[in-house]
Ligand binder design. Structure first.
Ligand code: SAH
Length: 253
């Protein structure tokens, strides 16, 4: 059996209880390199075989899983954050299906949630944005034409941009090109959210590239953009005294 597990964004106590229990009983752990806090590997039982997938190909990962399965052993495939975002789990699952190896998936706290927590922010503020666009800038990995950063930026919604801090000048250009954000629209870069080394950089779309370069942030960071980082929003209807819900009668129905 193979267990895909979300390691959480970095702080070792942000893995789920289920994920931690799976790590404690695994015969083999294949973890996603430097993005996974090494402290989590200390949960492994003595004799557990540990592999760093940053140094492996998909074929090598599958070969380890297959060898373990043949020996009746359990493998944990430990992905950073939640495996469903940029985790390359689909290709592993399809290959396991083909090999007749069973698996399951334990979710984790994605880094975009860790970043919101670091910022003490809510991505979905009433009358500011009710949408979060999670995306990346095209680089060596292409993105579909209709999902180019500039066209997504045309919505002016909250954006969380993964895997793109090394392309920060292009990111800034595309965000402005979209037409909905202005140079004054707030932005923030969160480096290593929830790790001890966490750094927060608050800036604007107009100063995004310069501030990031000046701060020397070149990897393991998320770029967040939008007026959710500003000061204006409306109160939620749910907690408005005048609003009647299925659980509470409003004062002025
Ligand atoms: N599945 C992961 C994302 C993997 S892609 C998740 O749910 O978070 C790797 C990218 O995620 C990094 O390049 C960076 O953009 C982002 N990332 C992962 N952990 C991070 C953290 N603790 N702080 C900021 N960004 C992080």
């Amino acid at each position: 059996m193979v267990h895909f597990v979300g390691a959480g964004p970095g702080a070792p106590d942000l893995i789920t209880q289920r994920g931690a229990a799976l790590l404690q009983t695994a015969d083999c752990i294949i973890y996603a390199g430097s993005l996974v806090n090494p402290a989590l590997l200390a949960l492994a039982q003595p004799g557990c075989r540990i592999f760093n997938s940053a140094e492996m190909t998909l074929e090598q990962v599958l070969a380890v899983m297959t060898e373990m399965e043949a020996a009746g052993k359990t493998t944990v495939r430990l992905h950073t954050g939640d495996p469903c975002l940029y985790g390359a789990i689909r290709e592993q699952m399809d290959a396991l299906d083909e090999a007749g190896i069973s698996y399951d998936d334990t979710p984790g706290v994605s880094s975009f949630c860790g970043a919101a927590a670091a910022l003490n922010a809510e991505y979905t503020l009433p009358m500011v944005s009710q949408t979060v666009i999670i995306t990346r800038m095209e680089g060596r990995t292409p993105v579909p034409e209709r999902e180019k950063l500039a066209s997504l930026a045309a919505h002016g919604a909250t954006m969380v941009i993964f895997l793109s801090i090394g392309l920060i000048r292009k990111v800034q250009q595309a965000l402005l090109q979209g037409g909905a954000y202005t140079p004054d629209t707030p932005a923030a870069v969160v480096y290593k959210a929830t790790w001890q080394e966490q750094k927060i950089l608050r800036c604007t779309v107009g100063t995004l590239a310069e501030s990031t370069l000046q701060a020397g942030i070149t990897k393991t960071a998320l770029i967040t953009v939008g007026d959710f980082l500003g000061t204006k929003y409306e109160r939620s209807k749910l907690y408005d005294p005048a609003f009647t819900t299925g659980y509470r009668k409003g004062e002025n129905p």
